[in-house]
Every structure is written in C-alpha cells, then in structure tokens.
Design a protein around this ligand. Structure first.
Ligand SMILES: Cc1ncc(COP(=O)(O)O)c(C=O)c1O
Length: 381
C-alpha cells in the first residue's frame, strides 16, 4: 500500500497516509546535536561488537530506573534497530523442527523471523474485547512438544492493545513450566496512554517465576529515532553472547553515531517523550471517535502505540462498482483508489475484517482522511 501511495504521490496526487509506522515528529534537537557532535569528535568508526560500554551502561541505568530491572552491561546487546535484535534472537534460539507461538494479530515480521530460522510459527488467538490479550485456551490447545517459545508484543502493533499484569504473569508461569523462552517486544513501552507499563521481565522477577525472558526494546518510537537504527536486547547472558557472535559476523556493531545519540537520548531530558505522548493521546482520541462515527464501524480504544484497529467486517463480501470486497486487501485498495487514503489491511497481520489506521499524523490530516473514508464507504452496497 505504501508503494502504491508513493507512486500516486509521484503522479502529483494528494494522498493521505494512515499507514505510517513511525512518529511524524523529528528527533528531538538535543539528540540531533549529540549525533552531530559525535561525528565532529571522530565517533565514526567501529565500536565494540555488543555496543559501546557507555551506551550499555546508559541502557542498564534506564532499565533499572524506568523499568525496575537490574542488568549488567554483559547482559545487553545493542543492534541496528530492534528489528535486528528480534531477528538475531530467533536465529540464535530456534532451528529446524522447532515451533514458536505468535499471537494473532501479529506484527508482520514475527512469523518471518521464525521462518528465517527454519522454525515454524504457530498462530494463537487473542481476545479482541480484552485488549487483545492471549486466548489461553487456544494456546493450550495448540501446544506441541517441539514448541520452544513465544513472541509477545505489548503495546501491540497493529492493535494498540496492552496486556494486563495478570495475563503476563499467567504466560510467564506456563513458559517456565514448559521451558519456553518469551521474546518480549517492548518497543512501544513509553507510549501507554491509560495506566502504566510493566515490563515482562519485571513481573518475572517480582513474582519469582524465573522464566527465560528476552526483553527487546528500541529508541525508534520513544525518541522518534527510527532512522538512527538503535535497538537492544536484555536477557540471560549466554543467549546475549550467542546473539552477539552472530551479529558480529552479520553487521559488526550498531551505527556508531546512532549509539552516541542514543546515550544522549537515554541520559538527557525526557520531557520530549512526554510531549510526544501527550500529542499522540489527543490524536488517538480524535481518530477513534471519528472511526466510531463511520457507518457500521466499531473501534476499540487502543491503550498504547499509535495505531487504531477498527472492525470493517460489515463491508466484507459487499460489492462496489461491480467488484466484490472479499477481504481487507480489497477494502483498503478500494479506499485508496477512490479517495486517495492509505490504510493497512488487517489480513496482512493475520486478522480478517480489521484495518490498521496509524494516527502518527496531524489532527487535520486525521479529520480530512476519515471524512474521505466516509465518502468511500457510502458507495458500498
Ligand atoms: C512491533 C514492532 N517491533 C519492532 C519494530 C522495529 O523497530 P526498530 O526501528 O527498532 O527496528 C517495529 C517497527 O515498526 C514494530 O512495530
């Protein structure tokens, strides 16, 4: 959809884009200045493979002060974005013959990371009216002897759902009993609008469960730093060591300038994070209220990230301009072709009937775009 939209833009068409997966703000200026200074001071070379010690120390301080979890620098691996962290974790942990649980709807890369490790994803349902928490009955029904782990993502892309403490504790206990690793993707940890965020590993330790947890985090969304490519993993030292060996052969180390800027991001003033979060919350409220006014559409209030995930299933198998809308790919394409609004079909996330709307865009754009979608939907019979 993004490619089609880019082509339309090239043709001079005014496209409204609700497909963005990154903050629309620029990186805060004090972080940019740190990146410029790093270059001037010659931090333009390879760094230590697992990441500069100054950055790993800053990450340990952050994990202790913000998340209440104590780690040593040797428990941390800095990567070129959290995407590399997750990919490397799957490469280090899984192999042919293994199965790994993925919660549906899922971020599109999770099943691919598992398949690239020659393992098999098993899709497990979540409960849409319960913040997309795991459906534990479905999980237990699908258990096999060769399951090695599960990837979880709260707050979630694409649903914005945030799991309760109880759901995470329940999963931690099951994982401990069955010797599964939990890969906890927490890249949207700082974008939780109602209530607080608790890291999976924090609950693991507080409740003495002692399951194997890999915590994957990122500077991308928190500090609007998607292009700087800095993410990291915190977890059991032997896994971090194996991941570090693999990463060393793949990409040597993370980008040196990004690492220096990352130190500033983590150690510097955090007001910028709160300001962006405040703005996202306003936009979330606007987006969800407008979506709920569309004919036949219902949209649950997402508690985190910057995505709304409304239910468009009333439009499935209806016709427009002689064409049958058989899935959300068809609905999203129809909306794009008719009113130039880009959305992301839920079928791509393993979810039939839903469509993802990113609200990482201005309130004016949200109002204008949803008005256009309303116009498009009125023609469907
Ligand atoms: C759920 C999820 N995990 C991980 C990432 C990767 O983030 P990074 O920019 O740190 O590679 C994204 C980016 O969109 C994401 O949505």
């Amino acid at each position: 959809m993004a490619t089609v939209a880019a082509n339309m833009r090239d043709e001079g068409i005014d496209v409204i884009n609700f497909s963005v997966g990154e903050p629309d703000f620029n990186t805060p200026s004090h972080i940019i200045r740190a990146g410029k200074k790093a270059m001037d001071q010659g931090y333009t070379k390879y760094t230590a493979g697992p990441g500069m010690i100054e950055l790993r120390n800053a990450i340990c301080d952050k994990l202790l002060n913000e998340n209440g979890i104590k780690f040593e620098p040797d428990d941390i691996l800095v990567s070129n974005g959290e995407k590399q962290s997750l990919y490397t974790a799957c490469q280090a942990l899984f192999e042919k013959g293994d199965s790994v649980f993925v919660c549906t709807p899922y971020w599109v890369s999770f099943p691919e990371f598992i398949k690239l490790a020659d393992a098999k994803p098993i899709y497990v349902n979540t409960i849409s009216h319960q913040n997309y928490e795991l459906d534990f009955d479905d999980l237990l029904d699908k258990v096999q002897d060769n399951v090695r782990g599960i990837i979880i993502n709260s707050p979630s892309n694409p649903t914005g759902g945030v799991w309760s403490k109880e759901a995470i504790i329940k999963l931690l206990k099951i994982a401990k009993n069955r010797n599964w690793v939990i890969i906890s993707d927490e890249c949207y940890e700082r974008l939780v609008y109602d209530g607080g965020f608790i890291s999976t590993e924090k609950l693991n330790r507080d409740y003495g469960i002692n399951a194997m947890v890999l915590t994957c985090m990122s500077l991308s969304k928190t500090y609007a730093m998607t292009g700087w490519r800095i993410g990291y993993t915190a977890g059991p030292r032997q896994i971090i060591k194996a991941m570090s060996k693999l990463q060393g052969q793949a990409t040597s180390c993370a980008n040196s300038i990004g690492q220096m800027a990352g130190i500033k991001a983590l150690r510097g003033n955090q007001d910028c994070v709160e300001e962006m979060k405040k703005e996202f919350k306003k936009r979330r409220n606007l987006m969800v209220s407008l979506l709920n006014k569309l004919p036949g559409i219902s949209c649950a209030m997402p508690q985190g990230a910057f995505y709304a995930f409304p239910d468009f299933s009333v439009y499935l198998n209806k016709s427009v301009e002689g064409k049958l809308l058989k899935d959300t790919f068809d609905i999203s394409e129809y909306i794009l072709q008719t009113v130039n609004v880009v959305t992301v079909p839920g079928d791509g996330f393993g979810s039939k009937g839903h469509i993802r709307f990113s609200y990482a865009t201005s309130p004016d754009t949200i109002e204008k775009g949803i008005e256009q979608v309303k116009f498009a939907l009125e023609n469907i019979i």
